[in-house]
Design a protein around this ligand. Structure first.
Ligand code: SAH
Ligand code: MG
Length: 218
């Protein structure tokens, strides 16, 4: 249950949405049943619009889970577009591979298996877009490598930045064991807003989403 959006508005918006393809629907339903935290519907629709507008050819995703968002993004960037996606959980990797195969995306989605902290350091080249959707406490640690890998004029999109609204509340109101992650997410949002190379928009939709455009700071 999200505290940053009204349920009746979400219900209405979802009721007027067109149906997705059968495969997307099946992957979504299974993920929801298994409590896999896939992107919400409003993020899915926004990602599609952004990808169709920006036409990135090379996308990096951190946090594949069952490859739901990878397949959705891949559908929007044409046959010559590539998604490189990182996942560390063996169980998720197994499901992701199966779904990538079902979607016939073996040639456009490259799954890198392991911890993003290590894999990001080993990556070279540049990406037109990066979708950050892994462990929330690690976003800030991943940021320097993301900025190194993102082209000028590229977009860094981060999901789940408001954590059901708790990020906006005083640290004293969150349980002690959640304070580290609360602090880290606040530091991350501060950095996205104040880094001279980024222009950031924080959208209070779904579980909180940021769009950060990389500029040339001179
Ligand atoms: N992007 C997916 C959902 C990802 S859920 C979608 O919307 O369809 C977050 C995933 O990130 C989980 O599967 C988790 O195992 C993975 N993850 C978290 N921290 C990670 C890390 N440090 N390295 C690699 N994967 C990580
Ligand atoms: Mg997410």
């Amino acid at each position: 249950m999200s505290e940053i959006t009204y349920q009746y508005i979400r219900d209405y918006l979802m009721a007027i949405e067109p149906d997705d393809d059968i495969l997307i629907r099946e992957i979504r339903e299974e993920a929801i049943k298994d409590n896999v935290p896939i992107i919400k519907s409003e993020v899915k629709n926004l990602l599609r619009c952004i990808l169709l507008m920006q036409k990135p050819k090379n996308i990096l995703e951190i946090g594949t889970a069952v490859a739901y968002s990878s397949i959705i993004m891949s559908d929007c960037i044409g046959h010559d577009g590539k998604i490189t996606t990182i996942e560390r959980s063996d169980m998720m990797i197994k499901k992701a591979k199966l779904n990538i195969e079902k979607a016939s995306k073996e040639n456009s989605i490259i799954l890198l298996e392991g911890d993003a902290g290590d894999i990001l350091k080993s990556l070279e080249g540049t990406y037109d877009m990066i979708f950050m959707d892994a462990a929330k406490g690690q976003y800030l640690t991943f940021l320097p490598d993301c900025l190194r890998l993102l082209k000028t004029g590229g977009l860094l999109i981060s999901d789940n930045v408001l954590q059901n609204g708790t990020v906006a509340k005083s640290r004293f109101s969150v349980p002690r064991r959640q304070r580290t992650i609360h602090n880290r997410m606040r530091d991350y949002l501060w950095e996205l807003n104040h880094n001279p190379n980024l222009k950031t928009s924080i959208l209070p939709i779904a579980d909180g989403l940021t769009l950060s455009y990389k500029i040339d700071s001179k």
